[in-house]
Design a binder for this molecule. Structure first.
Ligand code: DLL
Length: 435
């Protein structure tokens, strides 16, 4: 069994946990209400005051917060701490509209380092490890999150960031990397590329991988473990809450331990937002219990999962979250980047000569996501010569890339050939087999 980084926090008795959560909840609700005008207004509208929080169940009296509100607060409207206390900023990875901006105080960076040290320890990381961190560094939280956690443990971090596959493989071999951190799809791509580069994965020192930031499956885990000869664990997190480190699998690999002394989880019905019981599947809602820079009260993650309490062989007592199996909105992650199909639709409809009938098809042919948009050309456009069609196709691709920030392939199809629907139109065909 691997080392438990913070036994006191990760193995709390239920009564201690409840007490700690309640104290922290009462404090954070008061703090958010006093420091962020948005919360004061939202609480007033819901007719609730911080002093109404007398038990954990009282959290249900508080209003939800969602991505839309955070976008409206762009750039710093959700900050609770004064600017001189903010030491770092991260934003969500989306490419359209205003990003969600989160601020971190020194204490928040410490909190993040702590949850990442706990997470990496669950994957067996110690001071003796060499962590090749292939999550992107920058405004995205993957790179720096892993970095802070590995540094806290005292491991050796290789801050290689994402991409440059050939170099990743050479470094993995030459530097004796023992732990790989990246998205699961990139892990598979690395495995595939190793074959082409004639790198013998069996002979490497790599033994563990911490994969997340996008949906993946047990089948993918099997493939990654088999091809890379490692143990693969799942890490979950989101910019709005802290970044990676909200929850992570231990070696038992049947659910992710959620750091509930720091983040309070609820599962709600996406239809009527009622709070569901343990074990029931619904949307994960999270409240940060200690975050100073941008406290989040009842943030609707839109990620679908369930929570389970019980003893874990590893000794940790924290509640476990199932792997994410879907979203309650239409958000997609393409190559790790957040994309809403509605923004592709908006860009498409800005172009003359196209009919509002389209299909978005996402595949993963060589372990990396590819996206194709099939769109009906108007009768006039379709009767045009081929050369013009080619030009139009290129124009559409460029326009979408400019407005959505995503490179994709456009295929123009004959008018009236795409299926019509009488109910909700199904436009997105995610064929990555992630469910
Ligand atoms: O993806 C933070 C992260 C970095 C997590 C590195 C893990 C590793 P965002 O870009 O804000 O932050 O995207 C958050 O990604 O709401 C989920 O929909 C999805 N997601 C994150 N981890 C997982 C996972 C980072 N393990 C959004 N399984 C979340 C499924 C995940 N989906």
């Amino acid at each position: 069994m691997s080392l438990i980084w913070n036994k006191k926090a990760e193995c709390l008795l239920p009564i201690e946990k409840d007490q700690l959560q309640l104290e922290r909840l009462q404090h954070i609700v008061k703090y958010a209400c006093e420091k962020v005008p948005y919360y004061k207004k939202a609480f007033d509208k819901a007719g609730v005051k911080p002093s109404d929080i007398k038990s954990l169940k009282d959290i249900e009296k508080l209003p939800f917060t969602s991505k839309a509100e955070l976008r409206d607060a762009y750039p710093f409207g959700m900050f609770a701490a004064p600017m001189e206390e903010i030491v770092e900023i991260h934003t969500s990875s989306g490419t359209t509209g205003k990003p969600v901006v989160m601020g971190y105080t020194t204490a928040d960076i410490e909190l993040w380092s702590e949850v990442m040290a706990r997470s990496l320890s669950m994957a067996g990381c110690t001071k003796a490890d060499i962590v090749q961190n292939a999550y992107g560094y920058g405004l995205f939280t993957g790179g720096l999150g892993v970095h802070y956690g590995a540094r806290k443990i005292g491991a050796n971090v290789i801050p290689i960031s994402a991409g440059n596959t050939k170099r990743q493989l050479e470094i993995m071999r030459d530097f004796g990397t023992t732990i790989l951190t990246c998205t699961p799809s990139y892990a598979l791509f690395l495995a595939e590329s190793a074959k082409d580069d004639k790198i013998d994965l069996k002979s490497l020192k790599l033994r563990s991988g911490v994969f997340g930031a996008e949906m993946w499956t047990e089948k993918m885990r099997e493939e990654i473990e088999k091809r890379l000869h490692i143990s693969a664990t799942n890490i979950y997190g989101l910019t709005e809450i802290i970044g990676p480190g909200v929850a992570q699998e231990c070696e038992v690999k049947n659910g992710l331990h959620l750091q509930e002394d720091l983040f309070y989880p609820e599962i709600v019905s996406p239809e009527n937002l009622s709070v569901l019981s343990e074990g029931e599947k619904g949307e994960l809602v999270l409240t940060t219990l200690t975050r100073e820079g941008t406290p989040m009260i009842r943030f609707r993650t839109k990620d679908i999962t369930s929570l389970h309490r019980g003893e874990c062989k590893c000794g940790r007592t924290s509640i476990k979250m199932d792997r994410i199996t879907g979203r309650s909105d239409d958000m997609l992650k393409i190559r790790g980047v957040i994309v809403f199909p509605s923004s592709i639709e908006k860009a498409l409809l800005e172009i003359k000569g196209l009919e509002p009938h389209y299909k978005i098809i996402i595949t993963r042919p060589h372990q990396l996501d590819e996206i194709e948009v099939q769109v009906e050309a108007s009768e006039i456009l379709f009767s045009d010569e081929i050369r013009h069609m080619e030009e139009t196709k290129k124009n559409i691709e460029n326009h979408i890339e400019k407005s959505v920030g995503l490179k994709l392939k456009v295929t123009l199809v004959e008018p009236k050939t795409l299926p019509r629907s009488e109910g909700k139109a199904k436009r997105v065909f995610d064929q990555r087999e992630l469910k």
